[in-house]
Design a protein around this ligand. Structure first.
Ligand code: AMP
Ligand code: GLY
Length: 421
């Protein structure tokens, strides 16, 4: 197939890598891609979605996959569909499940999907009043997209009020903070679950855990994610079934009722509290780095799964998973997540050990290429992925691979998957 992938991260690299490993030969295009996706296909530079759709038509692209949320919230799927193109992702309207936390929370409430008790408002008095009724910590969220920074876990009422004030005034997140959610703090363990949806049917992938904080022991600031592993033994069949019955099915039915059937990746952020899955939030795309560890665990065709989902035929296929575990360790650049870093050349040692060569790989993210050398370009640079018959084995292999990747200022967590060991 001729496939176009939107995005530039390790997530998009890992989708492309999985496709390149299939029996069928695919021709891949990336908009914009990164310094390593050019090894897997052709990087484009067409920012305008109408022009991109025209390119897809001219070049007979058979499937387009959208990685990040921003193009989805901007309506890229609607533009492609209007041109008769096949694209996997939610419509602009359905993408509101991620684009507006107020939309998402009101949707959850309307369809009785368990979520933290909350209030949404643009009135400081109302928000303060609800804040007073809670005990700290208190969770304050800006309505719109904030690049993963729009959630404040306030340790006191004063801190919560300060965050509310700064959001409403536009000081912290501009228009994204015009409406604010205050909600109760849930104490439990967090999961990332992903359902590939075609509007009616879905395929639930294996449950993963992300590591959002920068430092070992879940300390330091929040990041996009410093590592992930799957499947997690913290989830048993009963919990999967609860998520199917209480979250995914009512969401697909509800979105149809809203006139915005959900097609694409439904990313469910779950807090498990006393064995019950409570929905923290939805995203409408794969998690990063979760995607990098889920793709290599799929033994059936990834391209076929996305194609069938995009053409509403998910019920026709059987998706198969390997019985291995995957652990992904993110390598970030020196100043992540605060500011950009000076580009640093990446040296990857040749892997001679056969077992490591066979059971590890790298998904490249924040990298650029110059004179055929790869440079760490700031942010999250790459993910070292290890596979194994146990989480421990997968993790050891991932860390062995990390030891063979070098660039100035590289930063990693050393405790990925600790929850499962
Ligand atoms: P979000 O951007 O909504 O995923 O929130 C970022 C992170 O904040 C989540 O991954 C959780 O770790 C945390 N969080 C969000 N809402 C709550 C809540 N109600 N209780 C506890 N932690 C939360
Ligand atoms: N790793 C979490 C996210 O992609 O939002």
């Amino acid at each position: 197939m001729k496939i176009l992938i939107l995005g530039s991260g390790g997530r998009e690299y890992s989708i492309a890598r999985a496709m390149k490993n299939e029996k069928e030969v695919h021709e891949l295009f990336f908009q914009p891609g990164n310094g390593a996706t050019s090894d897997l296909g052709t990087n484009l530079n067409i920012k305008d979605y109408n022009e991109l759709a025209a390119f897809a038509k001219e070049n007979e692209i058979e499937l387009t996959i959208v990685g990040p949320e921003a193009p989805l919230v901007d309506g890229v799927v609607d533009i492609f569909k209007a041109e008769g193109l096949t694209i996997f992702g939610p419509s602009k309207e359905a993408a509101q499940l991620e684009g507006s936390k107020v939309y998402m929370k009101n949707f959850l409430a309307k369809y009785n999907i368990p979520t933290a008790a909350y209030i949404e408002s643009d009135s400081i008095e109302e928000l303060y009043k609800f804040t007073e009724s809670l005990t700290a910590p208190i969770v304050v969220k800006a309505d719109g997209l904030c690049g993963g920074k729009g959630v404040i876990i306030a340790m006191s009422h004063d801190e919560a009020k300060k965050a509310i004030g700064e959001m409403l005034s536009g000081k912290s997140f501009g228009d994204a903070g015009k409406k604010v959610i205050v909600e109760e703090f849930l104490d439990g363990f967090e999961l990332s679950m992903f359902a590939i949806c075609d509007g009616d049917d879905y395929i639930l992938l294996q449950a993963a855990q992300d590591h959002k904080r920068l430092l070992d022991g879940d300390q330091g600031p929040n990041t996009g994610g410093m590592g992930a592993y799957a499947p997690t033994p913290l989830v048993d069949e009963e919990l999967y079934q609860k998520v199917r019955d209480r979250v995914i099915r009512p969401t697909l039915n509800g979105m149809k009722e809203e006139g915005a059937p959900f097609e694409g990746v439904l990313f469910i952020g779950i807090m498990v509290v006393n064995g019950e899955p409570i929905t923290l939030e939805f995203n409408v795309r794969f998690g990063d780095p979760e995607c990098e560890i889920l793709m290599p665990l799929m033994t059936s065709s990834v391209s076929d799964m996305f194609y069938k989902a995009a053409t509403k035929r998910l019920s026709d296929i059987n998706v198969e998973f390997s019985n291995q575990y995957a652990v992904g360790v993110v390598m970030a650049s020196a100043n992540y997540p605060y500011s950009s870093s000076t580009p640093a050349e990446i040296i990857v040692d040749e892997v001679h050990h056969e077992e490591i060569a066979k059971n590890t790989h790298i998904s490249y993210a924040g990298v650029s290429r110059e004179d055929n050398k790869l440079y760490a370009d700031g942010g999250r640079v790459l993910v070292c992925v290890g596979l194994g018959d146990s989480i421990k084995e997968a993790r050891n292999r991932a860390y062995l691979r990390c030891g063979q990747v070098h660039f100035a200022g590289k930063k990693i967590r050393t405790d990925i998957a600790y929850q499962a060991l």
